[in-house]
Design a protein around this ligand. Structure first.
Ligand SMILES: CC(C)(COP(=O)(O)OP(=O)(O)OC[C@H]1O[C@@H](n2cnc3c(N)ncnc32)[C@H](O)[C@@H]1OP(=O)(O)O)[C@@H](O)C(=O)NCCC(=O)NCCS
Length: 175
């Protein structure tokens, strides 16, 4: 039995990764097109490390990247979640997302990222959530903008130029 969802949206469930997700996750992050803004696509040992790193994050931070499951089919089609990142010597919480290519353009990343933003502000004592995005990664920048983030600054992060998008707790529309 896969773990219970941490977050549920109209079309998606976000749940903790399990080691058995390695093949489904490879179909996402081993795809050179999907990983074109990363130094390289992930080979199988690194996909397994990715899952193990997130299992450690759940234990230490209480959050990490979660497996994104399409409710309609039960298929794992990507990841989205909250990870701790150090930017300009400050600990930040980042919203991250990666989606299998055949599901791009349906608003799924936006739907998942928005739910992670709401979860982050509801369950973490932070006033700001960020996303680190390579400047040329326009689809990702659009997702950040669509969930209400704005461009805060540009930094060199892990040796590469990145836009830092941010949303403040105070920016959230009151319900
Ligand atoms: C980024 C990613 C998750 C977006 O997933 P998605 O489900 O297709 O995103 P959505 O459908 O929610 O929205 C995509 C937006 O980008 C826009 N977009 C797509 N391709 C674009 C391009 N080449 N240039 C500009 N905008 C583009 C879409 O039009 C849409 O915006 P709109 O709704 O205002 O029209 C997906 O492209 C992906 O997995 N990319 C590879 C991994 C990655 O780079 N992750 C982010 C790391 S920072």
């Amino acid at each position: 039995m896969p773990p219970l969802p941490v977050i549920e949206t109209e079309r998606l469930q976000l749940r903790k990764f399990v080691l058995d997700d390695v093949d489904a996750l490879s179909r996402v992050i081993s795809d050179p097109e999907t990983m074109r803004y990363y130094p390289a696509p992930y080979d199988r040992p690194r996909v397994l490390e990715w899952i193990q790193r997130n299992l450690r994050r759940y234990a230490i931070d209480g959050h990490g990247l979660w497996a994104m499951v399409l409710k309609e089919s039960g298929e794992m089609i990507g990841d989205c979640g909250l990870t701790k990142q150090r930017v300009d010597d400050v600990d930040e919480i980042e919203i991250g997302y990666h989606l299998r290519r055949d599901h791009w353009g349906k608003g799924l990343a936006t739907e998942a990222a928005q739910a992670c933003r709401d979860y982050g502000f509801a369950h973490r004592k932070v006033d700001r959530l960020i996303s680190l995005i390579r400047p040329e990664n326009w689809p990702s920048r659009r997702v950040a903008e669509r969930i209400g983030m704005t461009l805060w600054k540009e930094v060199i992060w892990r040796d590469l130029s990145h836009c830092v998008y941010a949303t403040q707790r105070a920016d959230l529309p009151s319900k």
